[in-house]
Design a protein around this ligand. Structure first.
Ligand SMILES: NC(=O)C1=CN([C@@H]2O[C@H](COP(=O)(O)OP(=O)(O)OC[C@H]3O[C@@H](n4cnc5c(N)ncnc54)[C@H](OP(=O)(O)O)[C@@H]3O)[C@@H](O)[C@H]2O)C=CC1
Ligand SMILES: O=C(O)[C@@H]1CCC=N1
Length: 268
């Protein structure tokens, strides 16, 4: 990388290959943060995703090739099953001046680099809360630009690629587990007599508050749990039910199953 000029962050143009939910989350988050203007963000789509991206100011081309030709940073955000074909198709257009980023689950950096014929490739594993600026992203390399880009939408960790499948199973898939929990907790509130809207609002705000406490106090979650559970009180009665049903084991199994699926995807 010694002979490659760094990309200036002020004028940096960011292009998404794949106009799906993850690209939208990152694009919205980056634009809302104010670090990169909407006019610097582009993607390509011929269907209704065009309107979604155009609605927040993103430039939308017809072809992936146009995105590559008009971007300094190209973020591959297509499904793992198609990424090889997409990278191979775009290979003739890629320049060593560009920084390539993959957010694709499972697919290894060495394969991406080989398909692209390009060494300046970085893997990032974000999550959809990127759109509201609380992403947990882990990057293989933490260049200034990647830090700025993903730092604009959340917290960034730098780690070894061998941990990426586990990270995917925990922090990338994890928001879905928590959305499921919020929905189920709200159902519980409704079952206990609350109006639906109030129940959903309370469940969502409670999860936000609990996560904020875990992050901001630095206390062990077991301690925070003990602080809530009064002797002979309501909380310990609820916890007893969760423990009888294997709550902790179920969450652990979910992370391990998702990580395993990530490993399988790398073999496609
Ligand atoms: N969703 C998430 O929370 C996370 C996703 N990821 C990763 O992000 C990637 C994208 O996931 P996600 O956004 O959820 O998936 P989506 O299905 O929402 O988005 C995929 C997008 O790729 C488009 N696409 C398909 N084929 C091509 C092609 N040949 N050229 C250009 N675009 C194409 C699809 O278009 P069309 O709509 O026309 O099919 C769609 O817009 C995946 O690899 C996933 O592993 C990583 C972390 C979290
Ligand atoms: O479910 C998936 O495969 C993608 C990757 C991580 C989150 N969503």
């Amino acid at each position: 990388m010694a002979n490659i000029m760094p990309i200036s962050t002020e004028s940096c143009k960011i292009g998404f290959i794949g106009a799906g939910k993850m690209a939208e989350s990152i694009a919205r988050g980056v634009i809302n943060s104010g670090v990169f203007p909407a006019s610097n963000v582009r993607t390509a789509h011929l269907g209704q995703r065009r309107t979604v991206f155009e609605s927040f100011g993103t430039k939308v081309f017809d072809q992936n090739s146009q995105v590559v030709q008009d971007s300094d940073v190209v973020i591959f955000s297509v499904k793992p099953q198609v990424v090889k074909d997409v990278v191979l198709q775009l290979r003739p257009l890629l320049s060593e001046k560009q920084l390539l980023v993959s957010v694709v689950a499972g697919v290894k950096l060495k394969d991406l680099q080989e398909w692209a014929g390009h060494s300046r490739f970085i893997r990032v594993m974000p999550n959809t809360p990127a759109a509201v600026g609380v992403a947990a992203s882990a990057t293989k390399e933490d260049g200034e630009l990647i830090s700025k880009l993903f730092g604009a939408i959340g917290k960034v960790w730098t780690t070894q690629e061998k941990l990426f499948d586990a990270i995917t199973g925990l922090s990338a898939s994890g928001p879905a587990y928590i959305f499921l929990a919020i929905e189920a907790l709200a159902d519980g509130g409704v079952a206990a007599g609350l109006p639906r809207e109030l129940s959903l609002g309370l469940a969502s705000q409670m999860v936000l508050g609990a996560a904020s406490m875990a992050v901001s106090t630095g206390k062990h979650p077991g301690q925070l749990k003990d602080d809530v559970a009064s002797p002979g009180g309501t909380t310990i009665a609820g916890i007893h039910e969760l423990e009888k049903a294997g709550f902790r084991g179920i969450l652990m199994n979910a992370v391990v199953a998702a990580a395993k699926r990530g490993q399988e995807l790398s073999k496609n």
